[in-house]
Design a protein around this ligand. Structure first.
Ligand code: NAD
Ligand code: 2HG
Length: 525
């Protein structure tokens, strides 16, 4: 039974879902970093919100971890490259809290426009300062939205309902989409110059870090009000403070900060600054959505191999997962066979799919073939990290799904080139499920994959099979199955021998010394 740790405060519905799906779960919100490092090795899955930091140190101890599920959007608290390297799927729930966060941004904008937090505090204090507070209307004002994705688009929709004029900057926004959502697409400088209110809805990346720095803040309209419910780090806080003090920026509403949790911050206590402690996603609806979603997604992956909303590996739908599983097994066996037979570094890998295989989601099949191929290089390689392993090793990878008649109903062929050698193996699924080898280096043969197999290439000469059988027999090695093929009479023959147990090195040397042997290797699957 897979085991999952929930280390942040997720709706307890997530616990119910895991248990209903037959997954053991430990609910330990608020777990300290060192405790996480010491227990993570016991789990197959880790479900988090934003408080848990999944660092390289955590991942180093995460021996059997298969999946990290983020109940929310940003995965900036997860070292995704380290997780990928370790072969751990990282998934998020990209839509579950979008409405809630967009509503928070709108609330913050309104609170800012009407100084509601200060007026609230003053009135509670019995001051009745009716003449102290003078707000501004949103009606007719220009709202500049930086980042027009899921949340930005909902903010745009709500702001249009408030009769604001919305302009947007997003390098990935097409003109068609801008028209669909009813905004004017502008460049950043134009947005800065025209907006009365600016709201940020981008992820924190190298291109968005400090997107509102001193230089860009100086380009904004005097009296602008700024809202950030996306990520700390998008605004240079020191530059914002200076602009608030000079009066160039009339106010700011911030849900996120450069350093979180933030007990102290130079902006705290300023009258024209409204702050909340990263509450963008904090509604019961959003928390229920993301907790349910993350638990379902993680359970799907752990139980069936289906992958949704992963940020570091291709998706596999719940419908596709059972169909793909035997293909991934076949591809891994084929890749593994070639990986074990490769002597020099692999320069190129080609995966070809024919028949039914050509109609499937091909990326997981390719990833499985690469994982098998690179297993001899690294024990930690799996289908999550195999494509990046290949890239790091400058292995050129190509995938072709052939739309042509083939001798088998379904076929996967893997070809590698190392130095001057090109090797091809191909396999099919017997009965639609059981992986079966049908071709090795151009030689047709039908072989099931056994756990330990002897691979012998030799000149096709009479008496060879007898000598091979006797050598194994004398060493007390039992043959489970013997598969044969050859290029042509008197050409090159290939024996694949499924054996019980293993073949000691001394026996392998004796086989290599048999007359006519070109190559003999022990393969494990
Ligand atoms: N405060 C919270 O509690 C809370 C809750 C949910 C999400 N968030 C954050 O909100 C942000 C937006 O989330 P989303 O779901 O809308 O993401 P999204 O991926 O749907 O949208 C992000 C948009 O930013 C755009 N973008 C990327 N680089 C850009 C750049 N250099 N300049 C301008 N635009 C750029 C992208 O094209 C995309 O359209 C994320 O940072 C997310 O982590 C915060
Ligand atoms: O879990 C949270 O409270 C924060 C969520 C938010 O930052 C997100 O990226 O989804």
């Amino acid at each position: 039974m897979p085991k999952v740790l929930i280390s942040d405060a997720l709706s307890e519905r997530a616990v119910d879902i895991f248990r209903e799906r037959g997954i053991e779960v430990d609910y330990k919100p608020g777990m300290k970093a060192d405790e996480l490092v010491s227990v993570i090795g016991n789990y197959d899955g880790l479900a988090i919100r934003s408080a848990t930091k999944v660092t390289e140190a955590v991942l180093e101890k995460a021996g059997g971890l298969k999946v990290i599920g983020r109940a929310g959007i940003g995965v900036d608290n997860v070292d995704v490259p380290a997780a990928t390297k370790k072969g751990v799927v990282v998934m998020n729930t990209p839509f579950g809290n979008s409405i809630t966060t967009a509503e928070h941004a709108i609330s913050m904008m309104m609170a800012l426009a009407r100084q509601i937090p200060e007026a609230n505090a003053s009135t509670h204090a019995g001051k009745w300062e009716k003449n102290r507070f003078m707000g501004v209307e949103l009606f007719g004002k220009v709202l500049g939205v930086i980042g027009c994705g899921n949340i930005g688009s909902i903010v745009i929709d709500r702001a249009q309902g408030l009769k604001m004029k919305v302009i947007g900057f997003d390098p990935f926004l097409t003109e068609e989409r801008a028209q669909d959502i009813g905004i004017e697409k502008v460049e950043l400088d134009e947005l800065l110059a025209r907006a009365d209110f600016i709201t940020l809805h981008t992820p924190l990346t190298d291109s968005t870090r400090n997107i509102l720095n001193a230089e860009n803040i100086a380009k904004t309209k005097p009296g602008v009000r700024i809202v950030n419910c996306a990520r700390g780090g998008l605004i240079d806080e020191a530059a914002l403070k200076a602009a608030l003090e000079s009066g160039h920026v009339a106010g700011a509403a911030l849900d996120v900060f450069e350093v979180e949790p933030a007990k102290e911050n130079a902006l705290f206590g300023m009258e024209n600054v409204v702050v909340t402690p990263h509450l963008g996603a904090a509604t019961s609806e959003a928390q229920e959505n993301v907790a349910l979603q993350v638990a379902e997604q993680m359970a799907d992956y752990l139980l069936t191999g289906a992958i949704s909303n992963a940020v570091n590996v291709a998706s596999v739908s719940a419908e596709d997962a059972p169909k793909l599983k035997p293909y991934m097994q076949l591809a891994e066996y084929l890749g593994s066979m070639l990986g074990q037979l490769t002597v020099e570094g692999i320069g190129q890998v080609t995966v070809e799919l024919e028949g039914h295989a050509a109609t499937l989601n091909s990326k997981p099949i390719l990833a499985a073939a690469l994982a098998g191929l690179m297993k001899p290089i690294s024990d930690s390689v799996n289908m999550v990290n195999a494509p990046s392993f290949a890239r790091q090793r400058d292995i050129a990878v190509s995938l072709t799904a052939h739309d042509r008649d083939c001798d088998y109903q379904t076929l996967v062929r893997v070809t590698t080139t190392d130095g001057s050698q090109t090797r091809t193996v191909a396999g099919t699924l017997f009965g639609g499920r059981a992986p079966r080898l049908v071709e090795v280096r151009g030689i047709s043969m039908e072989a099931d994959f056994g756990a330990t197999m002897l691979y012998v290439r030799n000149r096709d000469e009479p008496g060879f099979i007898g000598k091979l059988g006797s050598t194994l027999g004398e060493a007390g090695i039992n043959i489970a199955s013997f598969y044969l093929g050859r290029t042509e009479k008197g050409g090159v023959a290939l024996s694949l021998v499924d054996i019980d147990g293993t073949v000691e090195d001394a026996v392998l040397q004796r086989i290599r010394a048999l007359p006519g042997v070109i190559r003999a290797e022990l393969l494990t699957f």
